[in-house]
Ligand binder design. Structure first.
Ligand code: DX5
Ligand code: ZN
Length: 227
């Protein structure tokens, strides 16, 4: 089992790309993952058909790809009752487990539950959820995941109106001088990435812009856009 081994090289000072396998070809997932082996992270979108109106995959898929990849596994739980499943997702090989603030009554206890599994902890915010929903928990977090589409599907358009929240998150993180990754997810492409980075994000989650067409070319364009 590779729990936590990759986090050592996650370095929060550089821009990291996290391709979302939701847009990959699931009939040859291993090939799709190898095609993005140059990226630092792999983004794993877990959906339960309850918190969001779509169903994807669970711990057994993550476990089976863990041995095929050296990426940091960035697991994005779009599920109800994430606390019930944290341990399973950690054991499957997640390095970071992110849950949605909107999915729980007591974020602090879920943060502790995930911490106790020995992995890093993230909290995600839907486009309409204000940054204040997570502010008080910052000292306990490793990552904030800001959604720039409604969670549930890849291929949606970037929501420009969320950009000020990225800046707000960056200012709050800098204020407490803690190394917290600020990840942005939804509609990220070479067109939208520059403003996201300018406003303080250091992790770019990208699904359709990476996996649609020529992956090498797409990754190069995405990286070049934020150089
Ligand atoms: C949406 C997921 C995203 C999605 C991004 O709910 O959380 O990670 O895969 O896909 P694109 O980059 O196509 O918007
Ligand atoms: Zn995601």
């Amino acid at each position: 089992m590779k729990i936590g081994v990759n986090i050592m090289r996650s370095g929060k000072d550089k821009i990291k790309i996290a391709p979302s396998i939701l847009s990959a070809d699931f009939s040859c997932l291993e090939d799709s993952i190898k095609a993005v082996k140059s990226t630092e992270w792999l983004h794993l979108d877990v959906m339960d058909g309850h918190f969001v109106p779509n169903i994807t995959f669970g711990p057994c898929v993550i476990k089976s790809i863990r041995e095929k990849s050296d990426h940091v596994f960035d697991t994005h739980l779009m599920i109800s009752e994430p606390e019930k499943y944290a341990e399973e997702f950690a054991e499957a090989g997640s390095d970071i487990i992110t849950f949605h603030a909107e999915a729980v009554d007591d974020p602090k206890s879920v943060i502790e539950e995930i911490e106790n599994c020995g992995v890093q902890v993230g909290v995600s915010l839907k486009p309409d959820t204000p940054f204040d929903a997570v502010r008080e928990y910052l000292p306990s977090l490793d990552l904030i995941l800001i959604m720039t589409v409604e969670p549930g599907f890849s291929g949606q358009s970037f929501m420009q109106e969320v950009v000020p929240k990225i800046k707000e998150a960056r200012e709050a993180v800098d204020e407490i001088e803690k190394d917290i990754d600020i990840s942005v997810d939804g509609g990220i492409s070479p067109k939208t990435a520059p403003q996201v980075v300018e406003n303080g994000s250091n992790v770019l989650v990208s699904g359709s812009s990476v996996f649609k067409g020529d992956v090498d070319k797409n990754l190069k364009e995405l990286r070049d856009s934020v150089k």
